[in-house]
Design a protein around this ligand. Structure first.
Ligand SMILES: [Zn+2]
Length: 231
């Protein structure tokens, strides 16, 4: 027999405001167990315990209290700038709880459309748009320092091109049409991954090699996709 949830009765009697506080506390606890931090303030203290001045780079700013959210504030002894531990990060001026950001990132990893992300995270389209741009800016250039070595396995995936000049909104063609952008993904034996845009439609092996070549170090050579189809 299914056991009754002993908390159902307690939750049923809570006001809307108290229920919101309770669900926020539950979310914080869940996040703490999943990613080690439950709030913006905890994330700031963990990952930016002593940030440099966001204006001049001074390495030893003074502590200047905390925001109502608990995020630490700083003041620069050199230029007088005031900033918080989250200034210059994707979480700067974030008014939503950390759990909303984590959900947003998880959805973005599955390439969920922006409006669907906004709906699922209960944020406006404008906020979702701003967050996605911040996310892209944060990861931009991340793979530039990755150098693939030794044998590199390559596979491709395809996404629809949303560039208006390329016929966005036109009837979608089935299969691998020229409307799709090819993303070549390479991985080496150390499991370092690199993804590069590889033009429209199905690319030749040569085009993949050329696109991937810049990420390969000495002795690194992508193997033809005909040899290894999947990674
Ligand atoms: Zn400064």
């Amino acid at each position: 027999m299914k056991r009754l949830n002993p908390y159902s009765g307690l939750v049923g009697g809570l006001s809307a405001g108290k229920l919101e506080l309770l669900s926020a506390a539950v979310e914080e606890r869940r996040l703490r167990e999943e990613i080690g931090v439950g709030t913006l303030a905890e994330a700031a203290d963990r990952y930016r315990p002593r940030p440099a001045c966001s204006a001049c780079g001074e390495a030893s700013p003074w502590r200047d209290g905390r925001e109502p959210s608990g995020v630490r504030r700083w003041r620069c002894p050199s230029c007088g700038a005031r900033f918080t531990s989250l200034t210059g990060t994707v979480l700067e001026n974030c008014k939503k709880p950390l759990s909303t950001w984590v959900s947003f990132i998880r959805l973005a990893l599955f390439a969920v459309p922006l409006d669907a992300c906004a709906e699922a995270c209960r944020i406006t389209h404008q906020t979702a748009w701003k967050w996605r741009h911040r996310l892209f800016a944060a990861v931009d250039g991340y793979q530039d320092r990755i150098v693939l070595r030794g044998t590199v396995w390559v596979d491709e995936t395809y996404i629809n091109d949303t560039d208006l000049s390329r016929g966005y909104g036109q009837a979608r063609k089935r299969g691998l049409s020229r409307q799709k952008v090819c993303i070549a993904v390479g991985i080496d034996s150390r499991k370092e991954p690199v993804a590069v845009a590889c033009g429209h439609g199905k690319p030749s092996s040569g085009r993949i090699m050329e696109a991937m070549g810049g990420s390969c170090g000495e002795g690194g050579a992508p193997r033809a996709r005909q040899v290894i189809k999947s990674i």
